[in-house]
Design a protein around this ligand. Structure first.
Ligand code: 26W
Length: 743
């Protein structure tokens, strides 16, 4: 990449008379011409990331930053009368749901920045994650036509199209390459399904509903189509370069499975090696064991994919056959090694007529990792305990990380400048240097407070523009931004806000510091209870914001269509980060790390990476509350939320709002009432919302009190920010590279 040549090309772009869209295309294409030049690396070992989700976010600024020309480009176009911020309206490339999809994007960014050869394989969805709007407080979903601005950041490679065969259809997997630039140029290769109207359905939507047989078949086809194309390409490239001695394959290829969605890649690999290259099944399995590695991102049973054997057989008979052979082969190994029938059942690839994809992944992978210390422990002790006893050496932890290029350098230039002024620029590629900042120095604290105040002003301005709501000034900005899910307990925050609202109304909080609660969350289209929580929060916002007696002290804002770009503004402009999942359920969390990196204190439970955040930043600089994982385990039997509410009028006053007419009766209120007090698909109050509610309110009131001492609170915030280096994905990628990929 020739930087001067690129800058010259940008200087040559005429701005006058062109639309924003035309300019977006021209500038991006000029960058692409420079980016996609170098010959691809050929020798040496490379790692490959298999994920159905890549939540890349807006590529424009990130790529200019990666190219090291973002500031110059702003300058060049400012002189032509174009403010580069006009491209803020460009859609995010939202080819992901949330957590693991954004993690994949951060990992690709860090690997390229650090110079590790890591390419990604995935699916180029026609529609990314839906666009969310609120109509009378309810979520509506509109297709996300992310390509309406064109897609100048990827290159279609028709001559590398691969055929993928199903029993009843042939699909062409057409690759689109997206550059991931840093020290090395890595590639994110996303396959688009073509060949017929039926075939095109395979890359139309992310996670199509799988509650019908048709939906399940589509999910299986989706997962197989991109996995088979990717594995087929890797094997073909290997044979072309090294011949058929597959013993060498693991020395030049290592695969990382981002959850179970790409586990069909294992079966396809075995199929290719045995049927096309005539290896014995055992030999093929041994080579696979040196090639595949698996990251688990969730312990929720509904997320652990098990596919009905008959369904797989219907469209992929050979793959079903391979998986059955794997079950026999593995079972023989487990017998030889003395496993009990109970252990064999727990680890089995095929049980009760269903293929358990997580067990396929665990059996074939050389390394199995969780995504935070507590989560990796839970994998060893619970989810995969039999496999752990058999092969303890396989299991390890790699706590998640987030790229500080997007989540600090790009989204918080002011805090980056604050570090530059005190540390020079070395910290930008070695984040641990920020620990040198002296958080007790008054001037430093003053400068940090000024940065935080500026980011809050920018956030308030952005929300006013986007939502038409004017945030309270001189208030604490408290954010709960994440996917809407029962275990993340947005409902508990709703109840906590009502508790505070009633206390304010009844004059019990005379010197309450003005506070804004900010929410950002999308609920899966079919997730009724999550959508009910969105409606309830929006109703609470209307009640609170409309009540003149309190609305100078308390404000609730639920932003619409929370996405990566919105997250960049919110993580930089928030004082407090709410991370309140039921202990033992959040594998890690990554929003917790982004908010910490930008100087928010955490109000959280001892769950996921919160535990490690508190360890790094100091418990005294955060607000920990709620039942621990052990406590939850002991509660299982004797917890009755009905009694719990009856006994405590402060709780009852709040839960009564679900039925007492405070809000107009609705299906949503009934759903939330049932979730809290009745047996449904879960136990009543399955996630202990009422149990942790009052400790949660106390933690929020402690924040409210501490915030009055500006220097003290700024100190807590700065201690969090300057102890966040561990949570850079640079550290996580270095661990994967050293401990798993050996690259
Ligand atoms: C719809 C099927 C489905 C099921 C599970 C789709 C996606 C999943 C993922 C496993 C959910 C997910 O993204 N998990 C989150 O992964 C993050 C990255 O490791 C963690 O930080 C979050 O704690 C975890 O919930």
């Amino acid at each position: 990449m020739n930087r001067e040549k690129l800058l010259a090309a940008l200087r040559g772009i005429e701005v006058a008379g062109k639309s924003v869209k035309e300019l977006y295309g021209e500038i991006s294409s000029a960058c692409m011409r420079e980016l996609m030049q170098p010959v691809r690396r050929t020798q040496g070992k490379s790692a490959y990331y298999f994920s159905v989700e890549y939540l890349m976010g807006r590529m424009f600024y990130n790529n200019l930053l990666a190219l090291g020309i973002l500031d110059e480009a702003r300058e060049i176009f400012a002189q032509k009368g174009l403010d580069l911020n006009v491209f803020e309206d460009v859609e995010d490339a939202a080819l992901g749901n949330g957590g693991l999809g954004r993690l994949a994007a951060c990992y690709l960014d860090s690997a390229a920045s650090l110079g590790y050869p890591l390419d990604g394989y995935g699916i180029r969805y026609k529609y990314g994650l839906f666009r969310q709007r609120f109509k009378e407080g309810r979520q509506t979903e509109e297709p996300d036509d992310w390509q309406k601005w064109g897609d100048p950041w990827s290159v279609r490679r028709p001559n590398e199209t691969r055929r993928v065969e199903f029993a009843d259809m042939t699909v062409f997997a057409v690759p689109y390459d997206m550059p991931i630039y840093g020290k090395s140029l890595n590639i994110l290769r996303l396959y688009q399904a073509e060949g017929s109207a039926e075939a095109e359905k395979l890359s139309e939507y992310l996670y199509p509903a799988d509650d019908t047989e048709e939906g399940k078949l589509l999910r299986i086809r989706q997962e197989y189509f991109f996995s088979a194309a990717a594995v087929g390409e890797r094997v073909e490239r290997f044979v072309a370069q090294y011949g058929r001695d597959f013993a060498k394959f693991p020395s030049v290829n290592v695969f990382q499975l981002n959850d179970t969605h790409a586990v069909f890649a294992v079966a396809e690999f075995l199929r290719l090696l045995t049927s096309e290259y005539r290896l014995s099944f055992g030999r093929a399995v041994e080579i696979a064991k040196e090639t595949f590695n698996y990251t688990n991102h969730t312990i929720l049973p509904e997320a652990l994919e098990c596919w009905d054997e008959k369904l797989v057989e219907k469209i992929l008979p050979e793959i079903a056959h391979i998986l059955k052979r794997l079950q026999i082969y593995a079972s023989a190994e487990w017998r030889e090694r003395g496993c009990t029938a109970e252990e064999r059942r727990a680890m089995s690839v095929l049980t009760g007529g269903r293929f358990c994809m997580a067990n396929v992944a665990v059996y074939v992978s050389g390394h199995v990792n969780g995504v935070a210390e507590i989560h990796s422990r839970i994998l060893k002790e619970k989810l995969f305990s039999a496999a752990y006893r058999l092969d303890p050496q396989k299991f390890l932890n790699v706590t998640n990380g987030v790229t500080h290029r997007r989540w600090l350098l790009l989204c918080n230039g002011e805090l980056s400048g604050f570090y530059d002024a005190r540390l020079g620029r070395g910290w930008r590629n070695d984040l641990s240097q920020i620990e040198r900042i002296d958080c007790s120095d008054g001037k430093t604290l003053g400068a940090f407070s000024a940065v935080k105040a500026e980011k809050k002003r920018q956030l308030a301005a952005y929300i006013e523009k986007r939502e038409g709501v004017k945030l309270l000034e001189d208030a604490i900005y408290i954010a709960q931004v994440k996917r809407l899910h029962e275990y993340k307990r947005q409902l508990m925050t709703a109840f906590a806000i009502l508790r505070i609202y009633f206390d304010l109304k009844e004059g019990r909080l005379p010197d309450f510091t003005p506070t804004v609660f900010l929410f950002g969350a999308k609920a899966a289209g079919g997730y009724k209870r999550a959508k009910a929580t969105i409606k309830y929060l929006n109703d609470i916002a209307a009640l609170v914001n409309g009540d003149g007696a309190v609305n100078r002290k308390l404000q609730v804002v639920f932003v619409q269509n929370y996405d990566v770009s919105y997250a960049e503004k919110i993580v930089a402009g928030s004082d407090v980060s709410l991370q309140v999942s039921t202990a033992g359920f959040e594998a890690s969390g990554t929003g917790n790390m982004k908010l910490m990196m930008n100087g928010a204190v955490t109000v959280g439970t001892m769950d996921g990476a919160n535990i490690e955040i508190v360890e790094k930043a100091g418990r005294e600089n955060n607000y920990i509350f709620g039942a621990t994982e052990e406590e939850i385990a002991s509660l299982e039997k004797g917890y009755d939320p009905v009694l719990f509410a009856e006994k405590d009028p402060r709780i009852k006053e709040v839960t009564d709002t679900l039925t007492d007419g405070t809000f107009p009766a609705s299906a949503e209120l009934e759903e939330l009432y049932a979730a809290t007090f009745e047996r449904t698909y879960n136990r009543p109050d399955h996630y202990y919302v009422l149990y942790d509610l009052m400790p949660y309110v106390s933690a929020l009131l402690a924040v409210n009190r501490d915030y009055k001492n500006g220097a003290l609170f700024a100190r807590k915030q700065l201690e969090n920010a300057t102890h966040s280096a561990f949570f850079s994905s640079d550290r996580a990628i270095a661990s994967y590279a050293a401990k798993i990929w050996k690259i």
